[in-house]
Ligand binder design. Structure first.
Ligand code: 16G
Length: 244
C-alpha cells in the first residue's frame, strides 16, 4: 500500500509495489499493467506520479510500453558473465534454454582489410563469412557475423554452423580453443538488425567484437555481434589489484 506519511517518495513506493508483484509472479511476463488512470484511482495518487514511476521502470527494462496498447511486464534480461570463454550454445544450455541459429548467409570470401589483419591472413586468402541469428527458446537474442580462416578451420558447412562452431572446432577438428579478446559498445539497431532481431529501428543494441585464438595463439575467428539491449546484461567480477 502507499503510505503518504512515509519519507519515501510516492513514485518510489509505486515502483516497489510493481516490483513486488512481478517478483511474486502476481504479474508475469507479457501481462498488461492497469492503465495510469486505474492505478491512480486505486492508490489515490496523481497520474503524473504513476507515469513517473512507470517510465523509470520502462527505462530500467522491467516494463515495456507499446504505443496504443499499454504497458507490459517485459521479458527479463539474461545476465552474461564476461569471465571465461564460452559459446552461445554452451551459455544457453547452461541456463536450461534451447539454443538454435537462423542462418542469414554463408559464404566463402577473400579476406581483406581488418578481417585479414586480425585473423593474421594475407589479403585474398579464403575466409568463411557466416551471418547467424542466435535464438534462445526460439526468441532472437543476437545477430552474429563471423569470419573464420578456411585454411585453419576447414570443412564448415551450413549444417555445422546452424549448430555449434566451437563444438566442431574442438570435437571434430580436435583443436584447442585458447582465449578471446572482446570489446563492447552501445549502438542503435539499424534496419537489417532490427528486422532480424525482431525489434524496432533504433532500439538499443550492444555491439560485441571478439577475436578468438587457438591455444597456440593463432587467431581463428573474428566475430561482430549485435545483442538485443532489452534482453542482455553483462556482468564482470573485478578483483582489486594487490596494492604495491
Ligand atoms: C558466442 C560468441 C561468438 C562465438 C559463438 C560460438 C559472444 C559475444 N560471442 O556467441 O564469438 O562465435 O559464441 O557459438 O559471446 P557456437 O559454438 O554456439 O556456434
Amino acid at each position: 500500500m502507499i503510505d503518504k506519511q512515509s519519507p519515501l517518495p510516492i513514485y518510489y513506493q509505486i515502483q516497489e509495489l510493481i516490483r513486488k508483484k512481478i517478483d511474486k509472479k502476481e504479474w508475469q511476463t507479457g501481462d498488461v499493467l492497469p492503465s495510469e488512470r486505474i492505478f491512480a484511482e486505486q492508490y489515490e495518487v496523481s497520474r503524473m506520479t504513476v507515469r513517473q514511476a512507470v517510465t523509470e521502470l520502462v527505462n530500467e527494462g522491467l516494463l515495456r510500453r507499446e504505443k496504443g496498447r499499454g504497458t507490459f511486464v517485459a521479458e527479463q534480461k539474461f545476465t552474461q558473465t564476461l569471465q571465461g570463454l564460452t559459446s552461445f550454445t554452451e551459455d544457453m544450455k547452461e541456463r536450461g534454454l534451447k539454443p538454435s541459429s537462423r542462418l542469414v548467409s554463408f559464404n566463402v570470401k577473400e579476406a581483406a582489410g581488418k578481417t585479414a589483419r586480425v585473423l593474421g591472413l594475407n589479403d585474398g586468402e579464403a575466409v568463411y563469412e557466416i551471418q547467424r541469428i542466435r535464438l534462445a527458446d526460439h526468441s532472437p537474442m543476437a545477430m552474429e557475423t563471423t569470419y573464420i580462416s578456411k585454411a585453419l578451420i576447414p570443412g564448415l558447412t551450413k549444417n555445422i554452423v546452424q549448430n555449434s562452431i566451437y563444438e566442431y572446432v574442438e570435437a571434430e577438428l580436435g583443436l584447442a580453443i585458447g582465449y578471446g579478446e572482446q570489446s563492447l559498445e552501445a549502438a542503435l539497431a539499424m534496419k537489417k538488425e532490427a528486422e532480424l532481431l525482431e525489434i524496432e529501428l533504433n532500439d538499443p543494441v550492444l555491439l560485441i567484437s571478439r577475436i578468438t585464438h587457438l591455444q597456440d595463439k593463432t587467431p581463428f575467428e573474428y566475430v561482430k555481434s549485435a545483442y538485443r539491449g532489452d534482453r542482455y546484461k553483462f556482468s564482470i567480477q573485478m578483483p582489486r589489484n594487490e596494492q604495491k
